[in-house]
Design a protein around this ligand. Structure first.
Ligand SMILES: [Ca+2]
Length: 412
């Protein structure tokens, strides 16, 4: 209240004409008591009206019609009408593709003369407000770097002077700027692998290889000696589930299933099942972790991060190279800040930057299994495990008789 009175007093001082009117009133003949009470009671109302007028004058005198964002949004949401069509997007086109790192020019033009003038135009990408224009041209160049590749949502909001707003929502597709080259590798050793193991998941820990195998009635979880390929522990899964990717985190083994939308968590030492978890993805394929979250593939070009407790999706990335999306991502391995992924049906591993989703390199493993080892039931290349002590990879395939120990001499 003190501040209102202070403002009113200040307003009166600032408006000499009002002072003169009040002074003239005081020299008029005596006013009847009842009317005087009415005038006295009307004074606060008069003061408030005066304050409003003064404030309006002050606001109008600011020149620029920019209102604080919070205030403008309150007005806009209360006054918003559907179906406003006063502007159109000149660029980008919906689903237009751009290359990572290149700027993405968004342009808007006014097409209606009947709507009020435009107060401002805001530009959003991935839900973040990056820019606002208060005068023509209504355009902004989004930086194409620092984003994730794949589908990125853009929203352009036009605010009209009367508080109404108009939305334009569209997507752009960001492709990678990297042409992934083949990285050099060397086969250090070749070890035996169970020819009856339909390899779906492969992990290494403390000198042993852990393997999850698939197919209905024949799925298993096993721990094997690397040099002999012999299992030291094996546990069969229920007949009605098709085992998929596995990973080991905090002395627990996590295992996916193909289409049952069920994950299993076991004690690493005993293979005792700790819990069974239901997840949202329709299909489970590869599995790894970054020390915090499980990282899962489902045969698409997407990779999902999930919390290890409930397998709830935390975030996802899309995987792109310079030619577009890289799909059929299968067995995974998180290695020193990169995700290595088998491509289903190919003897190839792609290396993915998990921050952006770009493929940064490849391992071409075509023909790694000699002709003499290829038998009639042989299935696809699958399975990547990383030994951090020796800094070597173990790779194999479904029903493959060999496991390969591979070193990577270069950076990846
Ligand atoms: Ca793996």
């Amino acid at each position: 209240m003190r501040s209102i009175n202070h403002l009113i007093a200040g307003s009166v001082r600032a408006v000499p004409q009002a002072c003169r009117v009040m002074h003239r009133v005081s020299r008029l003949p005596a006013i009847p008591a009842a009317r005087a009470r009415t005038i006295r009671s009307a004074r606060p109302i008069f003061r408030i009206c005066l304050l409003i007028v003064v404030l309006q004058v002050l606001v109008a005198g600011c020149g620029k019609k920019v209102q604080p964002e919070a205030e403008r949004k309150i007005q806009g949401s209360s006054a918003r009408l559907p179906g406003i069509s006063g502007t159109r997007v000149l660029s980008p086109a919906n689903n237009q593709h751009f290359t990572f790192g290149n700027r993405i020019l968004a342009q808007l033009e006014r097409i209606s003369d009947t709507l009020p003038e435009i107060d401002s135009v805001e530009f959003y990408i991935d839900g973040a407000r990056l820019h606002a224009c208060f005068e023509e041209p209504y355009e902004f160049a989004f930086p194409g770097g620092g984003l994730k590749v794949g589908t990125r949502p853009i929203r352009i909001i036009t605010w009209y002077a009367d508080g109404r707003k108009e939305y334009h929502n569209l997507n752009i597709i960001l492709w990678s700027d990297i042409v992934p080259g083949n990285l050099p590798y060397r086969i250090e050793n070749t070890w035996p692998h169970d020819i009856h193991a339909y390899t779906q998941g492969l992990s290494y820990e403390d000198g042993y290889l852990y393997e999850g195998t698939g197919r209905l009635t024949r799925s298993s979880l096993r721990k094997t000696e690397i040099r002999t390929g012999e299992p030291v522990r094996i546990m069969n899964l229920p007949d009605d589930v098709f085992g998929e990717g596995i990973t080991i985190l905090d002395d627990k083994i996590f295992q996916l299933t193909y289409k049952s939308q069920v994950g299993f968590v076991y004690e690493k030492e005993s293979f005792k099942r700790i819990r069974k978890v239901y997840y949202q993805n329709k299909e489970g394929w590869g599995l790894t972790h970054d020390g915090q979250n499980l990282i899962m593939s489902d045969g698409s070009h997407r990779i999902y991060y999930m919390d290890p407790e409930y397998f709830t999706e935390v975030r996802q990335i899309e995987v792109y190279n310079d030619k577009g999306p890289v799909s059929r991502l299968n067995e995974l391995e998180y290695i020193e800040g990169r995700i290595f992924a088998n491509i289903y049906g190919e003897e190839e591993i792609v290396i993915i930057d998990p921050e952006s989703g770009r493929v940064t390199g490849k391992l071409n493993m075509k023909g790694i299994l000699p002709k003499d080892d290829r038998h009639s039931r042989l299935d696809v290349f699958n399975g990547i495990a990383w030994n951090p002590d020796k800094r070597v990879l173990y790779v194999t395939g479904k029903y493959w008789p060999k496991l390969f120990e591979i070193s990577l001499p270069g950076e990846f």
